[in-house]
Design a protein around this ligand. Structure first.
Ligand code: NCD
Ligand code: ZN
Ligand code: ZN
Length: 345
């Protein structure tokens, strides 16, 4: 039986760091285990220009603990007013790594997102030209479409037409939650990849809804039925390089989660790797963990694999702080509701 695992230091290809006191509280949790992260731009107001990305990156660097070897990979929030020249300049300067597409109203802080996809076509064409990937929150926002179907409908109605009309655009389907999305990636050629979160590999909608509603399991896209979780797990543990880790760790103050109208997002960063080791071990796929956490993402983004290593050791059930202070509030750490045995050092 394996008791120790040494992996190239992981990266997180989809992360929310927020700003201010929350940034200060959550950044060390990611920097402890991850070398790099694609930092989501859905602040209020969002990170829309190269100048916004530059100043957000400076705030992140200022909030890093002394000696932390962590590099934030910045993104721009695509709007119908995004200036292709500003985007291209930020990409050429190495200031941004990707651009994020939020359909307007799809998720937390997405009000400035895209309503008419035709209006962003020139920007997408420019991105294809310069090799800047598009990261996509893939859900339609049509009230007529059931929340559990919104990802599958997005693929047919929006994503597939965009990919066909802008050939050469590199696309990451973020936080996929369905067999439909996993299959869409599998059936398509180069230039398309998907990130998968910890919670979507561990939980299905029964875990969130049976026996009472658990707000800390509520995120978007929403947890689906078990067969979808199984398809995601099969994809993540397959060794196929088009699937890699994006935790989508998305902290909200505890009072905003435990509320009449609960905010969407799971704060998984502190225990993400312990969770993944547990899940991959249960699937008999510990040998595929390093690809998922540390190798496939850099390959897609054309970045080097990290030289540094981390070690995971199997031992007594992990104890961890269930809540962290965040300024005058607290933030609740995701608890998968099962013992975790892998300790990271
Ligand atoms: C994210 C957040 O809180 O910013 N929430 C979530 O449920 N995943 C936004 C997002 O990634 O959709
Ligand atoms: Zn999202
Ligand atoms: Zn997210």
């Amino acid at each position: 039986m394996t008791h120790t695992l040494t992996l190239a230091r992981p990266d997180d290809w989809h992360l929310h760091l927020r700003d201010g006191a929350m940034l200060k509280a959550v950044l060390p949790e990611t920097a402890r285990h991850f070398a790099r992260a694609i930092v989501m731009p859905n602040l209020v107001p969002p990170v829309v220009t190269g100048a916004d990305a530059e100043s957000y990156r400076a705030r992140i660097m200022a909030a890093l603990p002394e000696g932390a070897g962590f590099t934030p990979l910045m993104t721009l929030y695509l709007t119908e007013d995004t200036d292709p020249d500003d985007l291209a300049a930020a990409h050429a300067a190495g200031l941004i790594t990707a651009v994020k597409l939020y359909p307007a109203g799809a998720t937390t802080n997405s009000a400035s997102g895209v309503s008419n996809f035709e209006n962003v076509r020139p920007v997408l064409e420019r991105m294809a030209e310069i090799g800047c990937p598009l990261c996509v929150h893939g859900e339609v926002t049509d009230r007529e479409i059931d929340i559990f179907d919104r990802e599958a409908v997005f693929i047919d109605r929006i994503l597939d037409p965009i990919r066909k009309s802008v050939p050469g655009l590199k696309v990451v389907m973020e936080h996929i939650t369905t067999k439909n999305a996993a299959d869409y990636v599998k059936d398509n050629a180069a230039g398309l990849a998907a990130t998968i979160t910890v919670q979507h590999l561990m939980l299905d909608r029964n875990d969130m809804l049976v026996g009472g509603m658990r707000p800390h399991y509520y995120c978007l896209p929403i947890l689906k039925r078990r067969e979808h979780r199984e398809a995601l797990l099969a994809a993540a543990t397959s060794g196929d390089a088009r699937y890699f880790l994006g935790t989508d760790s998305a902290p909200h103050p505890t009072h905003a989660k435990e509320a009449e109208c609960c905010a969407a997002g799971c704060f998984t960063a502190p225990i993400a790797l312990s969770c993944l080791a547990e899940v991959f071990e249960a699937a008999g796929a510990l040998d595929k963990l390093e690809g998922f956490t540390s190798l496939h993402g850099p390959a897609f983004y054309g970045l080097p694999v990290n030289d540094a290593k981390i070690t995971l050791t199997k031992g007594a059930p992990l104890t961890f702080d269930k809540s962290l202070p965040a300024g005058e509030h607290t933030v609740t750490v995701f608890d998968p509701g099962m013992p975790l045995h892998w300790h990271v050092s």
